[in-house]
Design a protein around this ligand. Sequence first.
Ligand SMILES: *[C@@H]1O[C@H](CO)[C@@H](O)[C@H](O)[C@H]1NC(C)=O
Ligand SMILES: *[C@@H]1O[C@H](CO)[C@@H](O)[C@H](O)[C@H]1NC(C)=O
Length: 371
Amino acid sequence: MGAATVAASSSRPMAVAAAIALLAAASFLAAAAAPVPAIYVLGDSLADVGNNNHLPTILRADFPHNGIDFPGRKATGRFSNGKNSVDFLADNLGLASPPPYLALSKSSNANYANGVNFASGGAGVLNSTNKDQCISFDKQIDYFSSVSASLAQSLGQAQAAAHLSKSLFAITIGSNDIIHYARSSSSSAATAGGAGDPSQQFVDALIQALTGQLQRLYDLGARKLVFLGTGPVGCCPSLRELSASKDCSAVANGVSVRYNAAAASLLGGMVARHPDMHYALFDSSAALLRFIDQPAAYGFAEARAACCGLGDMNAKIGCTPLSFYCANRTSHVFWDFYHPTETTARKLTSTAFDGAAPLIFPINIRQLSAL
Ligand SMILES: *[C@@H]1O[C@H](CO)[C@@H](O)[C@H](O)[C@H]1NC(C)=O
Ligand SMILES: *[C@@H]1O[C@H](CO)[C@@H](O)[C@H](O)[C@H]1NC(C)=O
């Protein structure tokens, strides 16, 4: 009896202590789960959230049926039926998807500390890719340079550097260069291999430019890079439709694989020189090919034709208000002739966030975020 009374009377303070310990652990975990203050996004239409709406360009998506599955059925300028990969990246981190730079920079007291999206549909590693139709990757870095200076002014130099070093830099660039190359290269370029291989020379040129671009981002304060490699661009409906057999373009897919491999050694070399830099590289090519090769295994019914468009495979004409669109977007890998559906983007981002090598390496985005 006595022992039971003692135990009962002491259980309350013990429970309180345990609860306090649990609360402390929980708040520590919450803090540890969200150490990323902001995301800065650079790249192409796979990540554009409305920059091109502010440009005199034909490369835009601010009209239906784009956005048909976005909240409010809004055509925001995303090249998708709904959200894109950077939206899901932000969702996974518990952050708002960063706003387009060209919208944000118009406000008189723009706050750049919560992240900015510089991505622009059509952009490539090379300035010449879709010249004057988009914000080139170099120009996006110029814009980031002024954002970085603005942060240093508002937060102070040291605080701004600390802020940027904890932020994620999500980069998706290269697909448009590869699409242009595949469209313009003759079938003789398809021969893979040796030093004289023109597609190897093309990859070398891309990587040479990318080396300077990523180094510049590092010099401006980027320390945690999420590099979303190019997908199997030869399998996008637009390039597939070019061949009589409707097969994926082997030239484009081959360049994409080599570009991603070269980007991996570029990033590996950078962290060897800069131990305070970290990265996660997503092999979008291998990840998306799984869906294309075995659609049913991943919940898809259509991995070749676009959902929205006109003509053969809905791939002759893009997604416009006059285009056909499919009833069931979750069953399609591709939304329009170049871009994945929201469902594809969500599944790919989930793999990049929590998956493992060889698809995401040397660490995944969750691990990169926690550093
Ligand atoms: C691309 O344009 C930028 C200016 O936006 C310039 O600084 C850079 O040198 C150009 N790159 C090449 C390869 O021409
Ligand atoms: C849409 O397609 C998916 C995948 O093929 C399927 O699981 C789902 O049942 C379909 N939804 C409707 C409403 O048909």
